[in-house]
Design a protein around this ligand. Structure first.
Ligand code: SF4
Length: 228
């Protein structure tokens, strides 16, 4: 129980999305996911049909993970995936080490799994990204009211990946149904041209609703390069 299934650890880089946009960060990308979004940009963490997952993600002891984080001088630690909460029982020790060392911790989640009490008690912030219909995942799998309600009571920012303007109506429904706040809207895309085009398209309608807009800064800087 003291190992984590890890796809990659990298940094210093910047948090490219959401409320901490631009902050210097180390990323810990965990393996496995319980969804299968059509536009997933990290299928190598979970997609057995298209990737050989026998060697990566790899089990790494939590002490080694912590040592690798400590070696990267970044004030923010972003734990992402895949879906990190699949391994949440093994994560709290690592989050506590990071916090005790003065690092801020953010956990990226697809908001389908209920965080455990120890997880909620950690000094981490959740960046919860409920998937919309455009992900291609059936609603019953991607909208999990018990998980969303638990996260809504925690220290959580809500980040939605959007493809077209119709997605904004779906976000508004979720906002009203679950009282989600604050909300960040982020265009889907793995190249700078697509991201910038969609930012222009979404800016006014997003801001008119009182929501926040975020690019994918790492994509603007480095394209689809892995480990940046
Ligand atoms: S939840 Fe995230 S990691 Fe999982 S399939 Fe969707 S985009 Fe990929």
């Amino acid at each position: 129980m003291d190992t984590l299934l890890v796809s990659e650890i990298f940094g210093p880089t910047c948090q490219g999305e959401g409320a901490s946009l631009g902050q210097c960060a180390v990323f810990v990308r965990l393996g496995l996911c319980n969804l299968s979004c059509a536009w997933c940009d990290t299928p190598y963490t979970w997609d057995r049909a298209h990737y050989d997952l026998r060697h990566q993600p790899a089990p790494i002891s939590r002490e080694v993970v912590w040592a690798r984080i400590r070696a990267i001088p970044a004030p923010l630690v972003v734990i992402t995936g895949g879906e990190p909460l699949i391994q949440q029982r093994r994560l709290t020790w690592l989050i506590d080490r990071c916090s005790a060392a003065g690092r801020m911790v953010e956990i990226e989640t697809n908001a389908t799994l209920v965080p455990s009490l120890p997880m909620l008690q950690c000094r981490a912030r959740f960046n919860a990204s409920v998937k919309l219909a455009s992900s291609g995942v059936p609603a019953a799998r991607r909208i999990r009211p018990e998980a969303i309600r638990a996260l809504a009571k925690a220290r959580t920012c809500w980040k939605f990946v959007v493809n077209d303007l119709a997605d904004l109506e779906e976000i508004a429904d979720l906002e009203n149904r679950f009282g989600l706040a604050p909300i960040w809207v982020m265009p889907e895309g793995t190249d700078a041209t697509t991201i910038l085009r969609r930012l222009h398209e979404f800016a006014d309608p997003v801001l008119a609703r009182g929501w926040n807009l975020t690019p994918r800064l790492h994509v603007l800087l480095w394209g689809d390069e892995r480990g940046r």
